[in-house]
Design a protein around this ligand. Structure first.
Ligand code: PLP
Length: 424
């Protein structure tokens, strides 16, 4: 009797990503760097190419056919993004270049105009530089005090400490939904509840959650949420800011220029309605349209399916990595159901530099990242200079994890031979 094993999600959709089908250094590519940027499926590449091949034209300005076609596609993509995160209105979605620009938009437009000396902003020690440096810059300009939520012993957001930090001086809490280093999933809904009881606003950095699971801005009740297209199957150069309508309406423009005005006089200007008020200049049109295609692609597979599959990958990655001698994995353990961790692992191996690890793994066709992953404060907090990180997406498989583990073991053996010889 032959048992035909059903294909996993990763096996089924792998051919949608032609880039994965190649050899690196004579070995099949194993791409484990999706937390830095995801690969793009054909459907997205085609939508982007279609725009440039068939209807490249500027948006919102032209009456001619190509311009109205481009405008329609650009605005339809906004509807798709709004539905994807369950925004109450399409006008709550502002296109930005990436998540970093979205945080800066809030920092400069809202932060500079609403914060004063003595106010407090709470962020966590695990924040990506994108959700760290802009607040530092605003603090330096305004005299606002930054307070930091630390980690629990299990390597997670310390909710109790967070509660003790929140006071009537707190004006903003800015926090990652999922850490790009620790892989922990932060209780953003509960964080919002506590902040709102103290009349503080909350910005959620959803770069590592929106691509991987259902994110509902109304259920979370955050005031702003930011994400980058390139980590969710879309091109670089496009990301978005979600903001509650009344807040965005009260915020002044961030950048001035074309597209964002209603009327310009010699001594002043009036501004366009939302969301155009925040979209100065010609936007990344083809990239926004491709972001819409990425949302369609993910929705067609189903975010729940993607999430469930990644829970399996995450648990398997953690289990295999734990068995490596001398390994330290940062962040929480998966719970008994294998949940509670994103499908990524930052780790160190005793006596081995992460850069040497990723160089050797690259020789074996395995792409992992080493360094501080744009989270230097977290690495300083953990008293380490760098980590290696393997990060997965739904196009990865358990075979990828196996290949990674084999290459990792080979690397460790290679270096222990060298070091062993050196001691003689
Ligand atoms: C990647 C990432 C960012 C920054 O995204 P950009 O596209 O570089 O602006 C911010 N936060 C987290 C958690 C990330 O993983």
């Amino acid at each position: 009797m032959t048992i035909i094993k059903e294909k996993t999600l990763g096996e089924k959709i792998r051919t949608d990503f032609p880039i994965l089908n190649q050899e690196i250094n004579g070995k099949p590519l194993v791409y484990l760097d999706s937390a830095a940027t995801s690969q793009k499926p054909l459907a997205v590449i085609n939508a982007w190419q279609e725009y440039y091949l068939r209807y490249n034209s500027n948006v919102h300005r032209g009456i001619h056919t190509l311009s109205s076609k481009a405008t329609d596609a650009y605005e339809e993509a906004r509807d798709k993004v709004a539905a994807f995160v369950n925004a109450a209105s399409r006008n709550e979605i502002v296109y930005t270049r990436n998540a970093s620009e979205a945080v800066n938009l809030v920092a400069y437009s809202w932060g500079l105009n609403n914060l004063k000396s003595g106010d407090e902003i709470i962020i966590s020690v695990m924040e990506h530089h994108s959700n760290f440096v802009p607040w530092q810059m605003i603090a330096q300009k305004t005299g606002v005090v930054l307070k930091f939520v630390e980690l629990t012993e299990t390597g997670e957001f310390d909710f109790e400490q967070y509660q003790s930090l929140v006071s009537d001086r707190t004006k903003l809490v800015a926090v990652a939904h999922v850490s790009n280093v620790l892989g922990c999933i932060n209780p953003v809904k509960e964080i919002c509840t506590i902040a709102h009881q103290n009349e503080a606003k909350v910005l959620v950095d959803a770069c590592q959650s929106v691509p991987h699971t259902i994110v509902d801005v109304q259920a979370i009740d955050c005031d702003w949420l930011v994400a980058s297209g390139h980590k969710m199957c879309a091109p670089t150069g496009i990301g978005f800011l979600y903001g509650k309508l009344d807040l965005l309406e009260a915020m002044p423009p961030f950048l001035g220029g074309g597209e964002m005005i209603a009327e310009v006089f010699f001594d002043h200007s009036t501004y366009a309605e939302l969301p155009h008020k925040f979209e100065a200049g010609t936007p990344a049109i083809g990239e926004a349209i491709a972001l819409g295609a990425a949302v369609d692609y993910l929705t067609n597979i189903g975010m729940e399916k993607i999430h469930n599959y990644e829970v399996e990958l995450a648990a398997y990655l953690f289990e295999r990595l734990c068995q490596i001698p001398g390994v330290t994995i940062y962040g929480p353990k998966p719970n008994i159901n294998g949940e509670g961790r994103a499908a990524l692992a930052s780790f160190t191996i005793e006596n081995l530099h992460p850069n040497d690890l990723s160089t050797m793994l690259d020789e074996a066709g395995v792409a992992i990242r080493s360094g501080h992953h744009c989270a230097q404060p977290l690495h300083k907090y953990l008293k380490i200079s760098s980590t290696a990180r393997a990060s997965l997406y739904f196009y990865n498989t358990c075979d990828d994890i196996d290949a990674f583990i084999v290459a990792l073991k080979d690397t460790i053996e290679f270096f222990s031979n060298i070091l062993g010889r050196g001691k003689n």
